[in-house]
Design a protein around this ligand. Structure first.
Ligand code: PEP
Ligand code: MG
Length: 376
């Protein structure tokens, strides 16, 4: 576990006095949240909720939820996940001591929670020969059927992000309920809490409108149940070119934008983020077709232009719109300087990169201060 030396901590404090760009961390559990606080993050800019679903105790319920034939069956499976999610969020809120926590609702395609198709096929074939009447075979066949139904040629462009919430509002509904139950529990302990709920992969304002309404309705329901009044915001990731291009419309429904430059790079270049690196992209970089790996350093000429467009259009509709970045670029010094110049309010990166980001934010402020309007 790296420790920061006293001298370095002093240097970071000086950097904090100078910088006029917020630095948050990406964290999905209380341990990482505590690390983020130790390293001086001003909040959590991205809490991905999918890892919580991958936990061994939860996978059976997640699979039951995915395999459900009816809404009642799905809701029954979700009811088991609800208290577990609530506990996740309570732990994170408590660790963050009232600093803002941006929780992103479920993002990956559902088949990521199911077994591998090829392995399942081998198992089914074996069981058909060895134990043709077993319940295990029936279960695996049902699973294989579902895996085939969910199979997509391009899952990263498929049924994921808010598209899951649109088709299965009960999944996002459960997550929103868990967030507000956690908020209520923290409030009842007399502690501060600042939740920000974030909708992923929005490409059209109608998606955000519908998902935001679901969050608002859920908050009201929990307010009635608990007698408390919640303060929270609802925002969106901007991670598809269409979202940046129509940011003026999207801002109508958003309290904040967070640029997901991992997906935005993937979709702007049309490069698969899971395949390009280490393959043709390697040659491109070696032969200087591209000056840098755009997944590591923000491509200012293309992806960056979409970020600028997103900020400008969003603020045209809503001057007070809060903006940040939570893609990998949020912890990279050249990209941080670009974010500062673009007028973002904060960057968010992995906890271990927070100290570097604090320094880079101060350097960006010193170098560009004169040419920039203050952002807050
Ligand atoms: C992104 O797309 O930049 C992002 C932060 O989300 P994820 O990496 O989880 O897709
Ligand atoms: Mg993304």
């Amino acid at each position: 576990e790296p420790e920061l030396s006293a001298e370095f901590k002093t240097l970071l404090q000086w950097a904090d006095e100078l910088r006029d760009l917020g630095v948050r961390a990406n964290a999905d559990n209380p341990e990482d949240a505590k690390k983020a606080m130790e390293f001086g993050a001003g909040g959590i800019g991205l809490c991905r909720t999918e890892h919580m679903f991958m936990d061994a105790k939860r996978v059976p319920f997640v699979q039951r939820m995915i395999l459900a034939e009816t809404l009642t069956e799905r809701e029954e499976a979700l009811s088991h996940l609800l208290p577990m999610q609530q506990e996740d969020f309570e732990g994170i809120f408590e660790a963050m001591e009232g600093h803002p926590v941006t929780i992103r609702l479920l993002d990956p395609p559902l088949h990521e929670f199911l077994p591998d198709k090829e392995e399942l096929l081998v198992d089914v074939t074996k069981l058909q020969i060895l134990h043709p009447d077993s319940t295990e075979l029936a279960e695996k066949e049902a699973l294989l059927k579902k895996v085939r139904q969910l199979d997509e040629f391009n899952p990263m462009l498929g049924h994921r992000g808010c598209r899951l919430g649109m088709i299965h509002p009960e999944i996002y509904g459960m997550q929103a309920k868990a967030i507000f139950y956690a908020v209520a529990a923290i409030m009842n302990k007399g502690l501060p809490v600042k939740p920000e709920i974030m909708i992923p992969l929005v490409g059209h304002v109608n998606e955000l409108r519908q998902m935001r309404q679901l969050v608002i309705d859920t908050a009201k329901e929990v307010e009635q149940e608990t007698g408390l009044t919640f303060t929270y915001t609802v925002g969106t990731m901007i991670e598809i070119p269409r979202a940046a291009i129509t940011a003026d419309e999207i801002a109508e429904e958003a309290d904040f934008f967070s640029f997901g430059t991992n997906d935005l790079t993937q979709t702007t270049f049309g490069y698969s983020r899971d395949d390009a690196e280490g393959k043709f992209l390697q040659t491109y970089i070696e032969e200087k077709v591209l000056p840098e790996n755009p997944f590591a350093v923000l491509d200012q000429g293309g992806v960056g232009k979409l970020v600028e467009m997103g900020v400008q259009l969003g603020r045209k509709t809503k001057p007070e719109l809060k903006t940040g970045i939570c893609g990998e670029h949020g912890g990279e010094k050249f990209s941080i300087e670009f974010c500062y110049k673009t007028g973002l309010d904060y960057v968010s990166c992995s906890p271990y990169r927070v100290p570097l980001a604090r320094l880079a934010a101060a350097q960006a402020t010193i170098r560009n201060k004169k040419s920039k309007e203050p952002v807050y």
